[in-house]
Design a protein around this ligand. Structure first.
Ligand code: FE2
Length: 251
């Protein structure tokens, strides 16, 4: 059992057993990113809304090198030992950061609970995130940060807040820590743990992939779920409909 996952909400970094296909994975992502950029340019130039599906979403379904990441020997072992053996992926996304890329605000990845149940932030049994670095992710190239222990209740830190926010609340300031990666390293974390990534600073561009995992049998809500437990703040942050198209059992 990974004690850092228990205590801090995120596992220690592990290495992919097979890194031989990472270059190919990076090439695919770079191409998909270019396609997304082109779609945005077209929308801007024609004044028409971009109605294309986001080309970076759920490519584990049709791109072999992306799918392979989940069946890497070490990924399988870490997931089975720490999260269980009855999981599926339901969404993957890539985060490409280079010159000009902005930040991703503080947030957690617990988007829904089970069917229409309200989100239960402190349930650590069913929603997880798998994060893998396809390139090095150092302190300057869009550093990833997390708030230690925010998968558990913290005295004085109210979680009835929007799922995304900018300012670091004072009460959790001393919990902010960087998550640095070498190419081919990965972590798993409890989805309710709060994390963010900073704007790109300098150096080489970097690419990460985040995957959302849930326990088999978890039902998708029709219209997404308000965060975290209804209330006025939830109304301020529109709910999102989550497609079930990315579902892939992994163990
Ligand atoms: Fe996230």
């Amino acid at each position: 059992m990974d004690t850092r996952l228990e205590e801090e909400g995120v596992s220690q970094p592990y290495e992919l057993a097979d890194k031989s296909f990472l270059d190919e994975a990076c090439e695919v992502v770079t191409e998909l990113k270019a396609r997304q950029r082109m779609q945005n340019v077209m929308a801007r130039e024609t004044g028409k809304e971009n109605k294309h599906a986001n080309p970076l979403i759920d490519r584990h379904m049709d791109v072999e090198v992306i799918k392979k990441l989940f069946f890497d020997e070490n990924v399988q072992t870490v997931i089975a030992e720490n999260l269980g053996t009855d999981l599926f992926v339901w969404r993957t996304n890539f985060f490409v950061k280079k010159e000009g890329t902005g930040d991703n605000k503080w947030h957690h990845d617990r988007h829904f609970e089970n069917g229409t149940d309200p989100i239960n932030i402190y349930d650590t049994s069913n929603h997880f995130t798998f994060l893998v670095a396809l390139t090095d992710i150092d302190a300057n190239a869009g550093r990833i940060e997390y708030m230690k222990g925010t998968h558990k209740p913290i005295d004085g830190f109210d979680r009835d807040i929007p799922r995304h926010f900018n300012e670091t609340p004072e009460i959790v300031e001393d919990r902010v820590s960087p998550l640095l990666f070498k190419r081919g390293q990965f972590v798993v974390f409890h989805s309710s743990m709060i994390h963010r990534s900073l704007a790109f600073g300098e150096g080489e561009g970097r690419i990460s992939m985040a995957a959302r995992l849930a326990k088999k049998g978890t039902q998708f809500p029709e219209d997404g779920a308000p965060n975290p437990a209804r209330g006025a703040q939830a109304a301020a942050e529109p709910t999102v409909y989550y497609r079930q198209t990315g579902i892939m059992p992994i163990n």
